[in-house]
Design a protein around this ligand. Structure first.
Ligand SMILES: *Cc1c(COP(=O)(O)O)cnc(C)c1O
Length: 399
């Protein structure tokens, strides 16, 4: 194959516009990405109505208040959020919450926050928090290689009893490590609330809010529940209170100000909030998070089965199956062989399977990644699995 042509192929530049008919495109991007087809249809239909859409409504109009209330109520119902939690819609994405968490939970910069760092996103959250609190780290990297492939044990020894919170990312989007259920802290640290970055797995499994002592859980919308621009931040009420936050906490990041203003302290991301409500309605119609979890398991299993059954042609970094992400399946081709990896990307792209290697702030690395959020069906995951099997059959000799 001509190397020059190959290097400039749009698939290798991260293009998301393959030449197949649009109905055949399958978007495996890590986010932003496609929403379920039925939700995209609801959005399109909302623009055909002879009335103002959320893009044009004043955020203080009764029409928008209905949309906002619906979004809050539907998240509450779908995720079974108890009454002692507030559902806030915040701006600034996941990164905004990296700062907001310590700014709201630590009054002084000397207050301790304990960070479990077992992947790129928890590391980024910890790094941002270091500006605002005494961020202590429980290192979850592999002691031998430094790679992120697991989750550390949480013990009374490695958690400072004075911690204002213990911070965990429940799905490490880049590394493919997922906690299928939230952990419980050891008895002697039970008083410390968990802070969860659930940006890439929220809505795909139940959450035991009280049982896991969740204090704050945030989810940037652009993976499973909507479009970039809004973040759902769910905060237990006892953690609110003007006196608890840092006096330097900006108003737009302040949970108490946001709550007191009913999510309308400043202009929220109106359209994006409406879309979150549409996604929650869709989940309820499908049978709730239990059904979404069943589908997520089915989608991920079909890919991991091909990887594990490929005799080493494909590899995936996380060997502990209880921690393998159902949302993001990282895999390499022939140990990262550049020629075969490029061929894999070009051939799959030519069939309409896109987003398997996108550029991230963490570089590309050897691994490709199939993201299986709510927009991907079980059948579509099966198509990728079938392609992977076929590609391995044709190329395993060359590897
Ligand atoms: C995407 C992602 C983020 C970053 O969110 P932004 O909205 O881009 O700030 C944070 N955490 C996790 C786990 C993510 O997957």
């Amino acid at each position: 194959m001509n190397t020059v042509t190959e290097q400039s192929h749009p698939a290798l530049l991260g293009s998301l516009s393959p030449t197949v008919p649009f109905e055949e495109v399958i978007n495996f991007s890590p986010g932003p990405t496609s929403l379920p087809k039925a939700v995209e249809d609801v959005i399109a239909a909302s623009f055909q109505q002879p009335k103002l859409t959320s893009l044009a409504l004043s955020h203080r109009s009764p029409e928008f208040l209905d949309i906002l209330n619906h979004a809050v109520q539907s998240i509450r119902e779908v995720m079974e959020i108890p009454d002692d939690y507030e559902v806030l819609f915040t701006l600034g994405g996941g990164h905004g919450q990296f700062a907001a968490v310590p700014l709201n939970l630590c009054h002084d910069a000397t207050d301790v926050g304990t960070y479990v760092v077992n992947g790129t996103w928890s590391r980024r959250g910890r790094d941002e928090a270091q500006k605002y609190c005494n961020a202590q780290t429980i290192d979850g990297s592999d002691p031998e290689t430094g790679a992120f492939i697991g989750f550390p044990e949480l013990t009374a020894e490695n958690i400072d009893p004075e911690s204002k919170f213990v911070y965990i990312c429940s799905n490490e989007t880049v590394n493919g490590i997922e906690l299928h259920r939230l952990p419980k802290l050891p008895e002697a640290r039970k008083h410390i609330p968990l802070v969860i970055d659930a940006s890439s797995d929220f809505s795909t499994k139940p959450i035991d809010w009280h049982g896991s002592n969740v204090g704050v859980l945030f989810v940037c919308a652009s993976k499973n529940i909507g479009h970039p621009g809004v973040t759902a931040t769910i905060v237990r009420k006892d953690l609110l209170g003007e006196a608890k936050a840092s006096p330097l906490c900006p108003g737009v990041l302040n949970y108490t100000i946001t709550r007191d203003a009913g999510n309308l302290w400043n202009t929220p991301a109106t359209f994006n909030i409406e879309v979150v409500g549409f996604v929650m309605d869709w989940i309820a119609e499908q049978g709730g998070v239990e059904e979404i979890e069943r589908r997520s398991i089915a989608k991920a299993s079909v890919l991991y089965n091909v990887i594990d059954g490929s005799g080493g042609f494909y590899g995936t970094p996380v060997s502990d199956t209880s921690l393998r992400s159902r949302m993001n399946v990282p895999f390499n081709v022939a140990g990262g062989d550049e020629d075969l990896t490029n061929r894999f990307l070009i051939e799959s792209w030519d069939k309409g399977m896109i987003g398997l290697r996108t550029l991230t702030p963490f570089g590309v690395g050897d691994y490709l990644r199939a993201s299986l959020y709510n927009g991907i069906t079980v059948e579509q995951a099966g198509k990728l699995a079938a392609f992977m099997q076929d590609f391995a059959g044709r190329n395993a000799q060359a590897a």
